[in-house]
Design a binder for this molecule. Structure first.
Ligand code: BGP
Length: 473
């Protein structure tokens, strides 16, 4: 009973939220480098800025992040000390193809990932590589309009072909797009979309979605051709929608919201557009830009495993007017049965078990939890120590729920990587002060701080969780 002996405990980060070094060694500028903190952020990540005049010289925390570009050895040594079996990170597209459409990759950028991967392997840590995590070269956005252009599928194909060949035998677990469903909620982050005045935004989003789905299937095909040992996964921001009441109209609304969320994996895992999506898009006058061969490609190259992030469940209602839950890019009504984080994210470990079961029932493929955690303000004490019992408490409850899903529901789980195992820049707010880590990084929202790393109380706690294979939480 309990977790498999080779269960992949670990942590997760993303390039743009951790690496910094935004212009080092030939790296190009990416969408996520130029998104500000504060009230201007939301219109930009949702593609509503209506122009492309980024202030490229301005200070944004993501440009320097936690400077993992220069600290990776120290950071991976700390992951090794915690006993990590896996480390999920993403590759910055612009380090490898600075503009995105070049014929040849940037060797210096690739060398950074050679070193990072070798460093993981040195500690027996399995690299779990996200190919794109909310990042895209600015050049592709300006020249091609981001993922609305079919040409971007070819550029992505070049990228993955380089990666699968270069890391053959070293990296086995790949994820094509981080939280692919985020494209519908934060289209600038998810697909490099900036909407034109008056255009049909839904049409543009589903066009981009189709291109990402085709690119993902193509990547799966190439990964398997290059090395049959490769495992390719999809990834969604999961979190079951509950009906606000047993009123059938609310139950129906929750069903619709869940379908919208599962739409992407339905295609990536089952290999075809589900009927509910085909009908709904048709009825709304949205055309899916199928090209010859797309349907076969999607059908023949489905993913090997399903990955997801889980922070919270959500609530749906047929009628407007209920109090909203705060802080989320996803729309949700407040659930009176749940407590919430400092950012208004509702805390629901039972919802984690429910979500895991839904995903497993729906797809019958191995699952991998690649993000879960609590974003909180950590205040160092006078001696510098950080006693993050709130984080331990959150993770403990979620690990216990995950264990029940394995032990009592029989779900097949490959691993669990907590989000932001080392403090990093927040995706939704751009802040440093929203921290998830077991490792504290001395750095603030304004870019001050020594970048020094230190262990929080949760560091030793997680070490013991891993050492006991989840028995001692
Ligand atoms: C997910 C993203 C991550 C991450 C996390 C926490 O949506 O995949 O990039 O940041 O959420 O969110 P936040 O940083 O907004 O607290």
């Amino acid at each position: 009973m309990g977790f498999n002996k080779d269960f992949l405990w670990g942590g997760a980060t993303a390039a743009n939220q951790s690496e910094g070094g935004y212009n080092a060694d030939g790296r190009g500028l990416a969408n996520v480098d130029v998104v500000p903190i504060g009230e201007d952020r939301y219109p930009i990540i949702t593609g509503q800025m209506k122009h492309l005049d980024f202030d490229e010289d301005h200070f944004y925390p993501a440009k320097e992040a936690i400077d993992m570009y220069h600290h990776y050895k120290e950071d991976i040594a700390l992951f090794g000390e915690m006993g990590f079996k896996s480390y999920r990170f993403s590759l910055a597209w612009t380090r490898i193809f600075p503009k995105g459409d070049e014929a040849e990759p940037n060797e210096a950028g690739l060398q950074f990932y050679d070193n990072l991967i070798d460093e993981c392997l040195k500690y027996g840590i399995e690299p779990i590589v996200t190919i794109t995590h909310f990042d895209m070269p600015i050049y592709l956005i300006k020249e091609y309009g981001g993922w609305r252009s079919r040409k971007v599928v070819d550029f992505y194909k070049n990228l993955v072909t380089v990666l699968f060949n270069r890391y053959k035998g070293k990296v086995k677990y790949w994820i094509t797009f981080n939280e692919i469903n985020m494209l519908l909620h934060a289209p600038f982050m998810g697909a490099g979309l900036v909407f034109e005045e008056g255009e049909n935004e839904e049409q543009v989003k589903y066009t981009a979605a189709h291109h990402e789905l085709v690119a993902s299937a193509l990547a799966t095909k190439i990964a398997h051709e290059v090395d049959p040992e490769n495992k390719v996964g999809c990834m969604i921001a999961a979190g079951q929608y509950y009906p606000n009441t047993p009123n059938p109209a609310d139950v129906r609304q929750a069903q619709v919201d869940n379908q919208e969320n599962y739409f992407f994996i339905d295609v990536q895992s089952r290999g075809e557009y589900p009927n509910y999506a085909l009908k709904r898009l048709f009825n709304e006058g949205i055309e899916i830009p199928f090209e010859e061969g797309d349907k076969e490609l999607l059908k023949e190259h489905t993913v090997d495993y399903i990955t997801f992030s889980y922070y919270s469940s959500r609530v749906s209602a047929a009628q407007e007017g209920q109090e909203k839950a705060g802080g989320n890019i996803f729309d949700s009504i407040k659930n009176p049965y749940l407590e919430e984080s400092e950012w208004g994210w509702q805390i629901d470990p039972i919802g984690f078990r429910i979500t895991i079961n839904e995903l497993y029932d729906r797809y019958q493929k191995p699952l991998f939890v690649v993000e879960n955690g609590l974003g909180a303000v950590d205040t160092p004490r006078a001696d510098g120590s950080i006693v993050d019992d709130y984080r331990i408490d959150y993770l403990k409850q979620h690990i216990e729920a995950m264990k029940e899903a394995v032990d009592e529901d029989g779900v097949e789980l490959l691993g669990y990587t907590t989000w932001g195992c080392i403090d990093l820049v927040s995706a939704s707010t751009g802040e440093m002060k929203k921290r998830y880590g077991f490792i504290y990084v001395n750095r603030d929202n304004e870019g001050n701080g020594t970048m020094a790393r230190s262990k929080k109380k949760s560091f030793d706690w997680y070490k013991q969780v891993i050492a006991s294979n989840g028995e001692k939480v």
